[in-house]
Design a protein around this ligand. Structure first.
Ligand code: SAH
Ligand code: SF4
Ligand code: F3S
Length: 474
């Protein structure tokens, strides 16, 4: 089948769906997602296409009829986790009729090898064809075996509608896909292809619809490099944010991830004047050393980066900053490593994600001669993390006594006590004692006064409860 016409799917008396000439009884799908928000969002799109084919989601792998893996290739560890989990599905396949498929970033570049190496794998699909998952599942149930779909959409722009399958007021909204940067260590340009943006007009309509009809109050604009958004169409992220700002009922706008080279004066100005743009920015720096940044092909200097942080803090004095760091880039010297520790002192991040460098096949860095050992890399990573924790403790301590508006995101047990947790506009999680444990309390907006804060956790008490909306929509 070329394309499924979802409107023509009939429900039969026995509860099955008739798709073309094929009956789809009620089935269960289990999904394992690795990697970044892009992948989590793709999983949501996949599920939205499978629902009309009579699939419902299960969290129990053993009861599933269809097992889907949405894979990540960013570091070797991500690959290894997937290979071992996929390996285990062999037993399940022997016990019952189950179909197994792999999508995402590993499948984009390695689909043929995967299909060959893992007999239990029915099909593999790339990152640019998630919206065709219905057709692939149809093919698999029609008897097609061992196929791969990994084609690229060659157009300069793209058009989609956001799909959400959850009941939360937070939505991821894809605005740009792919990456043209080719940082020397990174696999993403190979697994996600060239940059393509949606249009401002389409995104504004999409978000207005989500707010009006699906109860969305917070959006995270997604892309590998959202600062390049709209470049090929003469549009910009700054322009998009100011347009989204006008949507009544939308409370918070976030975006991730940014590249420091492309963060424009216009965008920094928007951080100052927008009332809905979050007081948080994740701006990956990767290293504090200019010579390492050059070898990484990052296109900016530490001086430029720090100047951008200063300008952001001037534009919005409440802004909270975070970053990504790679420890042990090939041939990194002790001095270059120490420059990263110095950068942490200067930048005063609220949190960092840090990783050991991992060589990725096909990237420029993987062809560099490398004299660093695993031990040195590991030690440097631990040093970076310990150094940041000390800074983080001080940064977080400054929150105590202040009041923050928080969206209640869930419950958790802390030292034997059940507490609610919420996220501030500036992206910090705060735990607080409940007035109720009723699940209906989820997604309330509350004002919390911070009573204590350490590097890794933050406690508050309720000052005010707004219920499920701060601003009613007409
Ligand atoms: N688009 C984002 C990065 C996405 S990947 C950006 O440009 O910042 C998320 C993070 O993974 C990167 O910021 C980097 O810190 C890390 N990363 C990417 N490739 C890596 C590699 N080969 N080894 C270790 N960490 C890597
Ligand atoms: Fe990878 Fe660099 Fe693109 Fe980020 S900007 S996705 S690190 S190539
Ligand atoms: Fe991983 Fe692909 Fe995201 S490699 S980090 S899932 S873009």
């Amino acid at each position: 089948m070329e394309q499924i016409n979802y409107e023509e799917i009939k429900t039969l008396e026995n509860g099955s769906k008739l798709v073309g000439d094929l009956e789809f009884p009620k089935r269960k799908v289990w999904v394992k997602t690795y990697g970044c928000q892009m992948n989590y969002h793709d999983t949501e799109r996949i599920l939205s296409h499978l629902e009309p084919l009579n699939f419902s989601l299960t969290s129990r792998q053993e009861e599933a009829d269809l097992l889907l893996f949405n894979t990540c290739a960013i570091r070797d560890l991500a690959n290894q986790k997937f290979y071992s989990h996929l390996g285990n599905t062999k037993h399940q396949k022997k016990q019952k009729e189950v179909k197994v498929a792999a999508g995402g970033c590993i499948a984009q570049t390695e689909s043929k090898e995967l299909l060959k190496k893992y007999p239990q794998l029915d099909f593999a699909f790339g990152t640019d064809v998630v919206d065709n998952i219905g057709e692939m599942v149809y093919r698999a149930y029609a008897g097609d075996k061992k196929f791969a779909v990994t084609s690229w959409d060659r157009a300069d722009n793209y058009s989609i509608q956001t799909k959400i399958t959850h009941g939360s007021p937070q939505a991821f909204v894809n605005i740009i896909k792919g990456c043209d940067k080719f940082c020397s260590y990174c696999i993403v340009p190979f697994t996600r292809g060239r940059e393509k943006s949606r249009s401002v007009a389409e995104i504004v309509n999409d978000v207005a619809r989500l707010v009006q009809y699906q109860g969305i109050q917070e959006v995270t604009l997604l892309g590998q490099n959202v600062n390049s958004f709209g470049k090929k169409n003469g549009e910009s992220l700054a322009q998009l944010i100011m347009e989204l700002e006008k949507i009544t009922g939308l409370e918070i706008i976030r975006y991730t991830t940014s590249h420091p080279y492309d963060i424009s004066d216009e965008l920094i100005e928007v951080h100052g004047k927008s009332k809905k743009l979050a007081n948080h920015l994740h701006l990956p720096v990767q290293s504090g050393s200019n010579t390492v940044l050059q070898r990484m092909l990052r296109q900016y200097s530490i001086e430029h980066y720090l100047e951008r942080l200063d300008a952001l803090r001037k534009a919005n004095p409440h802004i909270v900053l975070s970053t990504d760091i790679i420890a042990g880039f090939p041939n990194e010297t002790q001095q270059e490593h120490e420059a990263t520790l110095e950068l942490l002192d200067k930048a005063q991040y609220d949190f960092i994600y840090s990783y050991n460098y991992s060589a990725r096949k096909g990237t420029k860095a993987s062809r560099m001669r490398d004299i660093l050992t695993k031990e040195i890399r590991g030690r440097r990573l631990r040093e970076i993390q310990a150094h940041q924790l000390k800074i983080q403790e001080k940064v977080r301590a400054s929150m105590v006594g202040k009041t923050y508006r928080v969206l209640v995101e869930g419950k958790g047990t802390m030292k034997g006590e059940v507490k609610w947790k919420g996220r501030t506009n500036c992206f910090r999680i705060v735990h607080f004692r409940p007035e109720t444990l009723d699940q209906d309390y989820l997604w309330h907006w509350v004002d919390l006064k911070i009573t204590s804060a350490t590097a890794l956790s933050c406690q508050g008490e309720i000052i005010r409860d707004y219920g499920k909306r701060v601003t009613p929509i007409q």
